[in-house]
Design a protein around this ligand. Structure first.
Ligand code: GUN
Length: 310
């Protein structure tokens, strides 16, 4: 295995940048988590709460349960009907907070309209908030106390991919200009904190940013998390940049599928076909950041079980 492959990177077939293989890297995180769980002597326990019938949420939650089982975790799923009340969800969260066999609690978002997601997130014990969404964990990240907090899974996974790419290229992250496009609490803001903690000079761009092309064009590191198909044009990317695409957008494809319906395909927030020729390394969509999110959820749950065992 070449050094690049060992880091989870693939050469591009036609002289473009290195492809950062999130599937490979996520598998290495999952393998390490399974080994850590086996060595702990206590089964890390993950409870996932799903409210309602959103089909995408059912797919995600199923994948989280499978990954937890593959890591040797105690894995439970609580499925509530779409008509569940806020009081019912709060009562369930309270019971899970008090259950010593549960080290991680994840309430799948979005929630039905009658339920206030902020209230639910704030009801989860910060010590079991493996999503890293609770204000206490957001605050600990903001002051750099990540050894006793949980970092949200998608930015944590993005950071690992970025570090692998930088290592493969012999680059240090310190002092690099990083631009994060998107300011969500779940991805953009925590991503900016993580880059700042690695001594990058961080710019947060968003929907009101003037001349986004110029802002992106100055960046040594671009992280896109806006949820708009290919809105970051490939030609904006500075040659040699490291590019992390968090977006997963479904768009119309070509032709019909086996059921005779129009085909669809997944694309990121970055115009990959052009960007990959300019970037030094880039994540594809799918197969980049996506698989890392679940892997980091498992890593956070193991970290929680380790802290509880101490
Ligand atoms: N819905 C989509 N992604 C996520 C996630 O990472 N955590 C939770 N709780 N809900 C989600």
């Amino acid at each position: 295995m070449s050094e690049f492959e060992a880091l989870g990177l693939r050469p591009s077939p036609d002289g473009g940048g290195l492809i950062i293989d999130g599937k490979l890297v996520s598998q290495s995180v999952l393998d390490e988590t399974a080994r850590g769980a086996a060595a702990l002597g206590v089964k890390p326990g993950l409870a996932v709460v799903l409210v309602g019938e959103d089909p995408a949420s059912h797919v995600y939650v199923g994948a989280k349960g499978k990954a937890a089982a593959a890591c040797g975790f105690h894995s439970v799923q609580h499925t509530l009907p779409a008509s569940a009340t806020q009081a019912e969800v709060l009562a369930l969260v309270d019971a899970l907070n008090r259950d010593p066999a549960i080290h991680g609690i994840l309430v799948q978002l979005p929630l039905p309209r009658q339920i206030d997601a902020t209230k639910i997130i704030e009801a989860i014990a910060p010590t079991k908030d493996v999503d890293g969404f609770h204000p206490v964990n957001a605050g600990l990240l903001a002051i750099g106390e990540t050894a006793r907090s949980f970092v949200p899974c998608t930015p944590a996974g993005s950071m690992i991919l970025l570090e692998r790419a930088a290592k493969a290229l012999g680059l240090g992250l310190a002092g690099l200009d990083a631009v994060v496009v998107g300011r969500s609490n779940i991805v953009g803001k925590p991503m900016a904190q993580l880059l700042l903690a690695r001594d990058c000079t961080v710019t947060m761009a968003h929907s009101r940013t003037r001349d986004l092309a110029a802002v992106v064009g100055r960046a040594d590191i671009v992280v896109a998390a806006v949820g708009r198909a290919e809105m970051i044009r490939g030609e904006w990317i500075k040659p040699g940049a490291l590019v992390i695409d968090v977006g997963i957008n479904r768009v119309a494809g070509e032709g019909l599928n086996a059921q005779g319906k129009p085909k669809t395909r997944l694309v990121g927030d970055i115009e990959y076909a052009v960007a990959r020729k300019r970037a030094a390394a880039i994540t594809p969509v799918p197969g980049g950041v996506g698989p890392m999110t679940i892997a980091m959820l498992m890593a956070n749950t193991l970290a929680s079980a380790r802290r509880a065992a101490k």
